[in-house]
Design a protein. Structure first.
Length: 196
């Protein structure tokens, strides 16, 4: 999968307009593709691995956010990026452009990112990078509010994502992993329903 990019607040406003336009085009044309570039970081697609991700069980606990001072070592499981599930919390905020596996920890432990949505892209030829990134960003933007409980532009969290590479696309990978993170530092607890 491709890297961990994030989307700025200014870009989110443009994405909201693009999402509304895309919805209108989808209704009238039944399919569409969008084109744009990514902002800052870029996410990469992982290679498959044989480990299973633990299910996060911290959905109901109140989340605390901000920098964590000298956290105790946390037991993490290395999980294939293809095996991530909604609610999984990732131990670190990787900046690699190609990701094969990630460390998954309980959401009650300090963590860098939380998976908030999995989105399947439409079949077809591998899209141009700009089209792919724009489609991924709109899909993750649309899934943000239902998970967090507040719209992206008003939230304290930023979103990032993993998306297929051309190589993983050729192997049938169509899944986008939408993640959120706190730009101030590690999080403790789930962001689900926090409206922050």
């Amino acid at each position: 999968m491709a890297a961990f990019p994030f989307v700025s607040r200014d870009r989110a406003r443009g994405m909201a307009m693009a999402a509304m336009l895309a919805a209108g085009l989808a209704v009238s044309a039944c399919s569409f593709s969008l084109g744009s570039g990514s902002d800052e970081e870029t996410a990469s697609a992982p290679s498959p691995a044989a480990t299973e991700a633990p299910t996060a069980s911290a959905d109901d606990e109140k989340a605390t956010f901000g920098r964590q001072a000298d956290p105790d070592p946390i037991e993490e499981n290395q999980v294939s990026a293809f095996k991530l599930r909604v609610g999984d919390c990732l131990s670190e905020s990787a900046t690699d452009t190609q990701v094969e596996s990630v460390g998954v920890v309980p959401c009650s432990s300090p963590h860098g990112r939380e998976v908030y949505a999995l989105v399947d892209l439409e079949d077809g030829p591998f899209p141009a990078e700009e089209e792919l990134i724009e489609t991924v960003e709109i899909a993750c933007y649309d899934e943000f509010e239902p998970f967090v409980g507040i719209d992206y532009a008003s939230s304290r969290f930023y979103m990032s994502y993993l998306y297929p590479t051309e190589s993983s696309w050729a192997d049938g990978d169509r899944e986008v992993v939408c993640m959120l993170f706190d730009p101030e530092g590690d999080m403790t607890g789930s962001a689900r329903g926090t409206a922050e």
